[in-house]
Design a protein around this ligand. Sequence first.
Ligand SMILES: [Zn+2]
Ligand SMILES: [Zn+2]
Length: 120
Amino acid sequence: MNTTPSVLLSVNSHAGYSPEQITDTLTLGELLEAVEQAIEDFGAEARIVVANGQRYGAGFGGIPRREDLFERVEEEFGYACTNCDAEGLDDEEAFAHSRENRHCLVDVEGREAYCYRADH
Ligand SMILES: [Zn+2]
Ligand SMILES: [Zn+2]
């Protein structure tokens, strides 16, 4: 029997197309407080398992062990595609990308900016 407990950390991992859109999240200070409380409750050896709330597919994950666990978010400019991985496009690129691929592009606030998709 495994005697080391695992604890679930719920994350909302599909909430936005850019870092600026994520407003409902903890601060580092709040996270530290919660971690201190969890250590008290479960012990420092408890393994963290992340739950992303997905009902289908792989709903669980972990936090990778690396030195720079936290990185500063560089401010993003430009448009991001909601149909593929394209991001950081300027006006001209966004327009061309949308038209050529029939994709839907949003600005940093998530508002639809260029859309040549046939279905909406
Ligand atoms: Zn695209
Ligand atoms: Zn669209």
